[in-house]
Design a protein around this ligand. Sequence first.
Ligand SMILES: *[C@@H]1O[C@H](CO)[C@@H](O)[C@H](O)[C@H]1NC(C)=O
Ligand SMILES: *[C@@H]1O[C@H](CO)[C@@H](O)[C@H](O)[C@H]1NC(C)=O
Ligand SMILES: *[C@@H]1O[C@H](CO)[C@@H](O)[C@H](O)[C@H]1NC(C)=O
Ligand SMILES: *[C@@H]1O[C@H](CO)[C@@H](O)[C@H](O)[C@H]1NC(C)=O
Length: 400
Amino acid sequence: MPSKLIIFSLLSAFVALLYQTLLRDVLFATMGLGRTLQSVSDFPYKCHRIHGDPNIQACEDMWLDEASRTLFLACSDPVARRDWMPNIHRLNASGRALHDHVVALNIDNPTSEGGFTYRVLETPGFSGVQGDGRIHVVGITGTSLPSEDGLEILLWLVNARPSVDVETGELLDNAVVGPNLTIDVFTTKPDTDSMKHIKTFADPQIATPNNIAVTKNGSGGFFFTNDHGAHKVGWQHHLSPVLATGDVSYCSADGVCKRVASGLRFPNGLHLGSDGLLYVPSAAVGGITVYQPSSDGTLKKVHYIDLNYPIDNLSEDANGDIFAAAMPKVLKGMTGFDDPLNTPPAPATVWRVRRLNRDVKEKYQYELTKVIEDATGEVLPSMTTVIHDALTGRLFMSGE
Ligand SMILES: *[C@@H]1O[C@H](CO)[C@@H](O)[C@H](O)[C@H]1NC(C)=O
Ligand SMILES: *[C@@H]1O[C@H](CO)[C@@H](O)[C@H](O)[C@H]1NC(C)=O
Ligand SMILES: *[C@@H]1O[C@H](CO)[C@@H](O)[C@H](O)[C@H]1NC(C)=O
Ligand SMILES: *[C@@H]1O[C@H](CO)[C@@H](O)[C@H](O)[C@H]1NC(C)=O
């Protein structure tokens, strides 16, 4: 009898543990069970959707350059995402979009149709995949610095290149060999309609890159999340959010890359704050892990922000507030992926994460405010990124 009792109590402890560590997160945070959602009309925003423009579709990520008042968007083709989206194991390279591009939107220059004037940036001279000149955009970030003739803008792209046979240039079976993601850096200027390639970072550690956070103090290194760790394909890829094999890695300016944090569940659009801290959200279970980086890129975990929503991407506004694009019902977002043009949109929520007493060293206190929520997803369908323009109070949101 006692042994049975021990087994029983061990079992229930195990179940309780499983519930504590995983099931609770999956049911309540990931799937949003029991979460009541508010509608857009509860919030003081007037929303306007820019759609129907073939140049501005499937813009998964964007970056606002405050200095030139330009919003840079990484755009693709929503239908092709179903075939080619290595971050979620869509590895049919022959179905990939062939016209991915970066759009530069002049946010202070509205048009009479309710949009904004914009430029689609050409990439003259960029070799792309075996000379095809193409980019395959996933994430984008940037820096801008004053230069002799105005402003020098650097754009950093997560580029989802398919793997090819280096001899023949033929596509390999990417579901078997895995895609060949790189981080590509381009330079551009305000009001020009092209961007010039300056560097490719390719490294075994750049395996499943999701998004990039560049150090802005001239060191030239950058952090990025591998949302599935080192696992580009196979069951390890699928189970990565469960096994927590996602990581944060760091590459120095001269291209030496290393893993600096591990054990993460689908780490996503990370952000290096103006307070010097690195913020890493989870798209699987929510929450934001906060790290203190040191000059060689190593990280020390200093805090965890318990925000119970799966989070896509983080951005910071000119006031130092962080804005998080969250998915209150993540399963609805996933179904929209397969048939983006005919599925009802997924709900979306934006949270503002404000660090209180940010001048006090080693004090990590955050105020969480729900800024807007769209229960039906009609206004903010399947949003993946949000940017707050502190100057005008506008929110820009984009999605797949
Ligand atoms: C891959 O994409 C191509 C082009 O869109 C399509 O014809 C083919 O059926 C796809 N293959 C699979 C396995 O989905
Ligand atoms: C958040 O943005 C990154 C790139 O910036 C993108 O790869 C990721 O898919 C987005 N989140 C989701 C789950 O769509
Ligand atoms: C991956 O991309 C890098 C950078 O362009 C290239 O040198 C390498 O040959 C590519 N590998 C494959 C397998 O496509
Ligand atoms: C540059 O920024 C990185 C990351 O925030 C930090 O670790 C490093 O100490 C900074 N270096 C200098 C010289 O300020």
